[in-house]
Design a binder for this molecule. Structure first.
Ligand code: DAH
Length: 347
């Protein structure tokens, strides 16, 4: 090969290479074209090999020709590659990187009081009870009279509430406890009856660390033949042990008075934190008061048409916030209603 042969070879190759680059339909085809026209077996390499046989005068010209060939074909291939890549991206649409992590949607959880309510429902359902409901706006009969609390009875002043005027003949009010659900259940069902009634209750209370005008209670009512206080005590013990997940919890019943139970008792459990020795949670008494209980007053049964000679009942009621406060050592009832997620998130 002499210089003229070399220049002619490169000229022809360049025209052919540029045509092949333009004809490459995709990046893979372009790779093949590039290897052929710029790679180890390309005309450029052949000329390079031959240069050492050229005269000293011819060598630089041959070298320049190889350089010009390489840059012309290389530039054409680069431009073609860019165009092919852009076209491919355009038909694929905006790139989706499947390896990127997703954006998790933040999910909340149930309010602490709702969690406690459901847990208690589960415990009682396990004991054979059903869940009953009643309205939060209650009439005087269900909230008071049927529970043996006639007008002017002193028990009413302890449970003052918000009275609402719905134009009904009877005085309506926000219920002061869940006990009216006892009456509604007995009015609508034949014994035997085993129900629990959780729900919102209201009282005319000034908001402080332990009192709130709106709070939650859970009522329990059993009506059956031959029920005695032993059934009441046994049921409360079974539920308290499950609730606090502690088989050593003891119960304490002290004489009390409620117009709708006879006899009545205040219900307390041994402190689950100190086992009864006395600590901050139980105010160093060893006991935690949960609520009230008793045998349903025969007059209450008779008032809803259940024969107290044939049927006996027991009932108890307690506050749900109180249970949550004991369980988690919370000393402010207000935190339940503030809706501050920094508090709620913890439970
Ligand atoms: N209703 C009472 C209260 O709100 C609690 C209570 C006491 C419920 C005795 C009962 C009961 O069912 O038998 O303070």
């Amino acid at each position: 090969m002499n210089l003229d042969d070399a220049l002619a070879l490169l000229d022809g190759a360049r025209a052919e290479a540029e045509a092949a680059v333009a004809a490459a339909a995709d990046v893979d085809a372009l790779d093949v074209v590039e290897r052929k026209w710029l790679g180890k077996n390309s005309p450029a390499t052949a000329v390079n090999e031959a240069i050492k046989t050229f005269s000293a005068d011819d060598r630089p010209r041959a070298g320049q020709a190889v350089g010009a060939y390489r840059s012309a074909v290389g530039e054409a291939a680069g431009a073609r590659r860019e165009a092919l890549t852009a076209a491919a991206a355009a038909t694929r649409g905006p790139g989706i990187d499947l390896t990127l992590g997703g954006h998790a949607r933040p999910r909340g959880h149930l309010h602490l009081v709702t969690q406690i309510r459901r847990e208690l429902e589960d415990i009682f359902i396990g004991l054979g009870y059903r869940v009953a409901e009643g309205p939060e706006v209650e009439d005087d009969w269900h909230n008071f009279e049927a529970l043996n609390i006639p007008p002017a009875h002193p028990a009413r002043s302890m449970q003052d509430t918000i009275y609402v005027d719905l134009g009904a003949a009877e005085q309506m009010m926000l219920r002061t406890h869940t006990s009216p659900v006892q009456i509604r259940t007995m009015e609508s069902q034949e014994p035997p009856i085993y129900v629990v009634a959780p729900g919102r209750t209201y009282r005319n209370e000034t908001l402080d660390a332990r009192h709130s005008p709106a709070f939650h209670q859970m009522e329990c009512l059993a009506v059956d033949r031959g029920l005695t206080m032993a059934d009441l005590f046994g049921t409360i013990e079974a539920f308290a042990r499950r609730l606090f997940d502690d088989e050593s919890v003891r119960t304490r019943f002290r004489s009390d008075f409620f117009p709708y139970t006879e006899p009545s008792a205040e219900l307390a459990v041994s402190c689950v934190f100190c086992g009864g020795d006395g600590c901050r949670v139980c105010s160093h008494t060893g006991w935690i008061e949960l609520g009230g209980c008793g045998m349903v007053d025969p007059q209450v049964l008779a008032g809803v048409g259940i024969d107290p000679e044939e049927w006996q009942g027991f009932a108890f009621g307690f506050g749900l916030e109180r249970i949550a406060m004991i369980r988690y050592g919370i000393n402010e009832i207000r935190t339940f209603f503030d809706n501050d997620v920094r508090f709620l998130e913890q439970y």
